[in-house]
Design a protein around this ligand. Structure first.
Ligand SMILES: C[S@@+](CC[C@H](N)C(=O)[O-])C[C@H]1O[C@@H](n2cnc3c(N)ncnc32)[C@H](O)[C@@H]1O
Length: 300
């Protein structure tokens, strides 16, 4: 296969990419044309949120051509569709044949959480477990493969503190990884809730693949019972909004475990929870924190 490559300014990158896709290009990626040079200007944004600027000042558009198509005609038609009169200079490059499935899979090795939990993609052998548990999980549409520090922190907390039989609510369950881990670590009734229907489906599928029973659903399916452990790995803003509801879901003496919070956001998030539960940083990893607190019987 071949790729069409050209540079264009920030204001044209998105429109031309869309027009190329409309013209029949198979896929388009936009890269920083100044990557690796002194002119490189990285785009930053809070993880999980879109950066405010959507493109670099000089963008390299890389478009995968369908077999037999004329690249010049495709680019000219995309330019005409977007009202661009100066067709950018372009070049062609060959895409070497590769086993893309194998290449992608090779990027995901089993992940160990403190030697207590192994997250193992389905194409890998389960490593020697000893006393550890293993969770079969493939990267998919829902967040939560264990590679992100926030998931790692929550898993680590569960592995160290969860007691057999405790009821667990995993709020913002994504792939269901925390709920599945909780069940495999001996939790009692366990529920995973997410606002994203695709995450709910993924969590259900992953629970079945791991032979564990967890109830999974959208927020309106929250069960009547209260949990010994409520774990929520979402971002700081939704966590602030959810504070009263999440605290209310914790039984007296129960635990609240939060992540998705950057170190610099920890105090602010804890302040939102202070009327019900005193949270403090349990552990940090790569700039992220895991906050933990216990609900006392005096809490209102
Ligand atoms: C960072 S992922 C965490 C996934 C998984 N629990 C983990 O630890 O890897 C956050 C999840 O929370 C969900 N989410 C975000 N806001 C939510 C809300 N207000 N109520 C329920 N789920 C929410 C997202 O759809 C996403 O699946």
């Amino acid at each position: 296969m071949r790729e069409l490559v050209f540079d264009c300014p920030e204001q044209l990158a998105e429109a031309l990419s869309d027009a190329l896709l409309d013209a029949g290009i198979l896929s388009v990626s936009v890269e920083d044309a100044d990557f690796g040079t002194e002119a490189e200007q990285p785009l930053f944004g809070e993880p999980g949120l879109e950066p405010t600027t959507q493109a670099w000042s000089r963008n390299r558009v890389v478009a995968l051509l369908p077999d037999g198509e004329d690249p010049a005609l495709m680019l000219e038609s995309a330019c005409a569709a977007t009202g661009i009169t100066d067709v950018p200079e372009w070049s062609l490059r060959d895409v070497p044949d590769a086993d893309w499935v194998r290449l992608t899979q090779s990027q995901f090795d089993p992940i160990s959480i403190d030697d207590r939990i192994w997250i193992v993609p389905s194409w890998h052998e389960v490593p020697e477990l000893g006393d550890a548990i293993s969770i079969r999980l493939d990267p998919g549409l829902a967040f939560g493969t264990g590679s992100h520090p926030t998931t790692h922190l929550c898993l680590s907390w569960l592995a160290r503190h969860l007691q057999a039989g405790q009821r667990v609510l995993d709020y913002g369950c994504g792939s269901g990884i925390l709920a599945i881990a909780a069940r495999k670590l001996g939790a009692g009734d366990t529920v995973g809730i997410d606002i994203d229907p695709q995450a709910v489906q993924s969590a259900q599928d992953n629970a079945s693949a791991n032979d564990v029973v967890i109830e999974v659903g959208l927020p309106d399916m929250l069960p009547g019972w209260h949990a010994d452990v409520v774990v929520a790995n979402i971002l700081s803003n939704p966590l602030k909004v959810l504070a009263p509801m999440l605290c209310e879901r914790v039984v007296d003496g129960g635990h609240l475990v939060l992540s998705g919070v950057l170190e610099r956001q920890a105090d602010e998030v804890a302040a939102f929870y202070a009327p019900w539960i005193q949270l403090s940083v349990w552990r940090s990893l790569d700039g992220w924190v895991c906050l933990h607190g216990q609900r006392t019987t005096q809490a209102s």
